[in-house]
Design a binder for this molecule. Structure first.
Ligand SMILES: *Cc1c(COP(=O)(O)O)cnc(C)c1O
Length: 429
């Protein structure tokens, strides 16, 4: 698209945008009596207005029927999760049976590694991206140590080439091939939280399988942001959180994907609990764990219904918006517009004051742009916040900005870039 650096152009794009009115479905914090420009959906999505009602409904069910709510009503708690798995399967490109909603993200990463990281003398290495989200690094280190291994031997990090900010798929694939005989697991994020790079999940999965290893993905920044086809791509397992692009509330419930090819593999270990037991016999309370078929068999504990209600409120809005493909089409334009405007500022100032490290290729990114500020980065970030533009800060000098198709407009992107341009005048010399 040919973008223009004018407010009229931004307003004209909003005019054409079928999701333009959708921001009214969300609660936006105020700044000087106006909606803030919230570009932080990569960290915590905004609250859907209907969330309170969904929560209230379950509090009412608890009040009215107490324990009976597990079994009565049109959305009995025992089956409540079934309303979530379908929409989630559509979002990540899975069969319904391959998805389960449970726990929180890092906990699920651990549980899935119990099943899919089974090092032996020959195969014990894990390949991951350098600069993975810290929780994932800690999870992997502790899993490796749990198996009596040294992370220095067992964990291989693939880093960008000198002078580059993001990874080349060919380098990832080469690292996988090079360590092939010793490789147990390839564990990547879907989108790197720091750079915003959307990895080629299909290519990484293929390379892992050619090496004889499993491929798993942490989709925290990808789920609800970019379309994926986990089933078709043959991904072995994945997990994600619901509070970033899926707007389901702070610390919201997480989801997992396990490919159906593993459903009947009784060699896979798992840390079991009664909620993963065969649903038809769970309440017989018999000894000896028998898993429910499918991803539900990885469940451990009783469904947290209140968190699930918040998740349902948010997923229903995804559906109302027309689904992820509709959102993605706008997202590409919205993020492309922000990129265009930032490059305009650099051109006007005659210097790359704001270096975008996120890939330019639309297929290699989602909503987020990660911007290195060459001078006075923190002052620029603070100036944006004081002027009602909320991005997020990553040490030492990166501002992440994620225009989100469900509640951000082209006009907001234009206004954010205007604030950035004023900040450049004030703080960049
Ligand atoms: C946000 C995020 C997490 C957070 O995990 P929690 O268990 O929900 O605290 C983990 N990994 C990645 C890649 C993330 O982006």
């Amino acid at each position: 698209m040919d973008y223009q650096n004018t407010q009229e152009f931004a307003l004209a794009l909003d005019e054409q945008d079928t999701l333009n009115k959708f921001s009214e479905e969300f609660l936006t914090p105020q700044h000087n009596g106006k909606d803030i420009i919230y570009l932080c959906g990569n960290s915590l999505g905004l609250q859907p207005k209907v969330a309170k009602q969904y929560l209230q409904d379950q509090l009412n069910a608890w009040e009215d029927n107490a324990v009976e709510s597990w079994f009565v009503g049109k959305t009995s708690w025992l089956n409540y999760h079934e309303q979530l798995t379908g929409p989630l399967a559509a979002i990540v490109g899975a069969k319904n049976t391959e998805v389960s909603v449970m726990n929180s993200l890092t906990v699920n990463l651990h549980l899935l590694m119990v099943s899919f990281y089974k090092p032996n003398n020959n195969r014990f290495k894990i390949i991951m991206e350098a600069g993975a989200f810290p929780s994932d690094q800690y999870a992997v280190e502790s899993q490796v140590k749990f198996h009596g291994l040294d992370p220095a031997d067992a964990v291989i990090e693939v880093a960008p080439r000198p002078g580059e900010a993001t990874l080349r798929t060919e380098d990832i694939i080469q690292a996988i091939a090079k360590n092939g005989d010793e490789l147990a697991l390839v564990l990547f994020s879907g989108i790197n939280y720091y750079t915003g790079q959307f990895f080629d999940i299909a290519a990484i999965t293929r390379a892992a399988h050619e090496a004889g290893a499993y491929a798993g993905f942490d989709l925290a920044h990808a789920a609800g942001n970019v379309p994926m086809q986990l089933h078709t791509w043959g991904v072995d397992f994945a997990c994600w959180c619901s509070y970033k692009y899926m707007n389901s509330g702070p610390g919201g419930i997480s989801g997992i994907f396990v490919h159906e090819k593993h459903f009947n593999d009784d060699k896979l270990d798992r840390f079991a609990g009664w909620w993963g037991y065969r649903h038809d016999k769970r309440f017989l309370m018999a000894p000896g764990f028998e898993p429910e078929a499918g991803a539900q068999g990885w469940n451990v504990s009783t469904s947290p219904i209140l968190l699930m209600a918040l998740h349902k409120a948010a997923l229903d809005l995804f559906e109302k918006a027309g689904g992820l493909p509709v959102m993605r089409a706008k997202s590409e334009q919205l993020t492309g517009y922000l990129e265009f405007l930032i490059e305009k500022i650099n051109a006007q100032k005659g210097s790359e004051l704001f270096k975008i490290i996120t890939p330019k290729d639309y297929a290699a990114r989602g909503c987020q742009l990660s911007v290195i500020c060459k001078t006075n980065a923190k002052a620029i970030f603070n100036f944006l916040a004081e002027n009602g533009v909320i991005g997020d800060w990553r040490e030492p000098d990166v501002i992440r900005m994620s225009p989100v198709p469900l509640y951000n407009s082209f006009k907001q992107v234009f206004d954010a870039a205007t604030a950035l341009s004023i900040a450049a005048g004030k703080f960049c010399f």
